[in-house]
Design a protein around this ligand. Structure first.
Ligand SMILES: NC(=O)c1ccc[n+]([C@@H]2O[C@H](COP(=O)([O-])OP(=O)(O)OC[C@H]3O[C@@H](n4cnc5c(N)ncnc54)[C@H](OP(=O)(O)O)[C@@H]3O)[C@@H](O)[C@H]2O)c1
Length: 246
């Protein structure tokens, strides 16, 4: 773990499933929480009323983000490929432009994002991504390429970023901090399944884990068969225990 001190965090995309879990984890740690979500989604944050500040508005609006991240030591951003108006890259750019230069920035995405081209994907996975991208574009609902662009900008930035690459997700009780690898294709990740609550846990933990600065960990549930088979008992990252190597 690092020495970073975190007191106030902004959660961009707080009203979604991942966002709400992150709000919960952040409040449990005693952080002051500011959440950003679309105006129509504010009621979804009613369970946290009085315990967090909500800044309503589109997450790619620079003015909304500027107000929300003011004074924050950390920013947790849910990058989503919804719509066909560069929502993900606009959101990432607004955070990169307006967060404090030394703030910890943690972004979410999926395994399909590659930082260095060293990930190896199954044919089924690649096909699923291609079909989703094509269908999404056809119905003008999803823009996978823009999530790729968003991450490209984050990787190129000089900020203290972490891009957390989620496997397939499921609901359920927490199993603890997911294990991770630098590259998809590592056998430890083969199960390709993480509890959403633990994806959120990893994002929040990353705020204070300096070993994750400028890393793009691909995660998997610590009790998933592949993680167990490769010795997830020792910790959560490549240096944490036998078998968890990138
Ligand atoms: N789902 C998966 O299987 C999976 C797998 C791997 C990685 N991930 C990653 O996990 C993160 C969370 O994904 P999730 O699937 O679990 O979803 P989620 O947490 O429910 O988040 C969805 C987000 O998208 C927003 N949204 C929905 N429709 C929108 C629209 N038309 N325009 C703008 N924003 C819209 C939601 O805002 P509102 O609350 O305002 O609707 C919410 O903030 C993402 O970074 C995703 O890439 C997901």
């Amino acid at each position: 773990m690092g020495t970073s001190r975190v007191r106030k965090v902004c959660i961009v995309g707080a009203s979604g499933k991942l966002g709400q879990y992150m709000v919960r984890h952040a409040l449990e740690r005693g952080y002051e929480v500011v959440g950003v979500c679309r105006e129509r989604s504010v009621p979804k944050l009613a369970p946290f009323e009085g315990r967090m500040t909500v800044v309503p508005g589109p997450t790619d609006d620079p003015d909304v983000i500027r107000r929300a991240v003011a004074g924050c030591d950390g920013v947790l951003t849910v990058l989503v490929p919804w719509g066909v108006r560069q929502y993900a890259s606009g959101t990432a750019q607004a955070v990169l432009d307006h967060a404090a230069p030394d703030a910890r920035l943690v972004f979410s995405c999926g395994w399909h994002i590659t930082r260095d081209g060293q990930d190896t994907y199954s044919r089924t996975f690649l096909l699923a991504v291609r079909v989703a991208a094509l269908l999404g574009r056809l119905v003008r609902a999803v823009e996978i390429d823009d999530q790729v662009e968003a991450c490209r900008r984050v990787f190129a930035s000089g900020s203290r970023w972490t891009v957390v690459r989620g496997s397939s997700l499921e609901e359920g009780e927490s199993e603890g901090l997911p294990v991770w690898s630098r590259h998809v294709g590592d056998p430890v990740l083969a199960s390709n399944l993480t509890r959403r609550v633990d994806f959120a846990l990893f994002m929040v933990e990353a705020l204070t884990d300096d070993s994750l600065v400028r890393e793009a960990p691909a995660i998997v549930g610590r009790r998933s068969p592949s993680a167990v088979a490769h010795g997830s008992g020792g910790g959560s990252g490549p240096d944490a225990g036998p078998g968890e190597h990138a």
